[in-house]
Design a protein around this ligand. Structure first.
Ligand code: 3HC
Length: 286
């Protein structure tokens, strides 16, 4: 067993809220830290709405919902992580933000054997671990969106991650959270995004080239390959900014053309068309 009962989550956006939810539903006491009061309020709403959805779908009892919510507390001060045994960082996929977050987490967490985990989609864990005073205790725990629904966690070790840290992180993800855990080497994109993102970029290039409409490309993959959603709707779900950041990390690491972001993706992000979260992407959500 991991022995982990007290968890911290930094960031309560799409991913952070989902991670906090699954940890609380699994019985952990969760402290969520966001940068200001309005981010806390948004995070709390996101988490509560998702729990309500689970109740409405018959996946969770009303009492279990209340118990899960009671296990989550929110703070704007990173000192709230002092007694945490595991902290999972889920700030936006921007390298400078991730590194700054880890410096602050490292300074705040007091437990000597605490695990510091990143939900990064694509940034090498070694780079993140290097800014902390305890690189042997840093791992990647990469969840998938929507976190309460999708069963996978990628577990990523750097060259410096200790065996005990890896084992406890695995036990927590597989044993406590009951997720399917796969191991990935410390390469940009790990396993899933290294396969998924070139596929999403190819679909965007098809739209850009006027090859087919977004709706027809999506209908092709949903009806022809039984995917739950097509690549452009999935890009909207993940967030165009996140897809762009992951593509940039992959391209920086491998310099392969299929990882290069299409101009259309860059222009849409520059225009604030970030997908579902902004109301506009390849589809409209307003
Ligand atoms: N807790 C528990 N269950 C929940 C829930 C919650 N909070 N919210 C929804 N559910 C359940 C529903 O009850 C439903 O269950 P059922 O299949 O037994 O009826 C199921 O989840 C699907 O939910 P919905 O009916 O609300 O929605 P859809 O059927 O339209 O499915 C979807 C939506 C789950 C998003 C599905 O289209 C899907 O899986 N799409 C693919 C998503 C994907 O590929 N994500 C990975 C992105 S990559 C990533 O995240 C990595 C990052 O680094 C970029």
């Amino acid at each position: 067993m991991s022995g982990i009962e007290r968890v911290g989550v930094l960031g309560c956006g799409l991913m952070g809220a989902g991670i906090a939810e699954v940890c609380a539903r699994a019985g952990s006491a969760v402290v969520v830290v966001e940068f200001d009061d309005s981010a806390v309020a948004n995070g709390r709403t996101r988490l509560t709405q998702s729990l309500d959805k689970a109740v409405a779908a018959g996946k969770l009892g009303g009492e279990d919902r209340d118990a899960a919510l009671a296990r989550v507390s929110f703070s704007t001060g990173i000192e709230a992580f002092a007694d945490r045994q595991l902290v999972i960082e889920a700030v936006p996929e921007i390298p400078e933000l991730k590194l700054a977050a880890f410096r602050r987490i490292d300074a705040a967490v007091r437990a000597p054997d605490a695990i510091l985990a990143s939900n990064t989609s694509s940034i090498p864990i070694s780079r993140i671990a290097a800014v902390t005073s305890r690189p042997g205790q840093v791992v990647g725990l990469h969840f998938f969106n929507p976190v309460p629904v999708l069963n996978l966690v990628e577990l990523v070790s750097s060259l410096l991650t200790g065996a005990e840290t890896l084992e406890r992180a695995r036990d927590y993800a597989a044993g406590t959270l009951r997720k399917k855990v796969i191991y990935a080497k410390d390469r940009a994109g790990f396993v899933v995004n290294a396969l998924l993102v070139p596929y999403l970029l190819s679909a965007i290039r098809m739209v850009e080239a006027g090859h087919a409409s977004a709706a027809d490309i999506d209908a092709g993959m949903v009806n022809g390959c039984a995917h739950p959603m097509g690549p452009l709707r999935l890009t909207d779900l993940v967030g165009l900014d996140t897809v762009l950041h992951v593509a940039n990390s992959l391209y920086e690491e491998f310099k392969e053309p299929h990882y290069a972001a299409p101009a259309l993706l860059m222009r849409m992000v520059e225009s604030g068309m970030l997908g579902r979260k902004s109301g506009h992407g390849f589809y409209n959500y307003e």
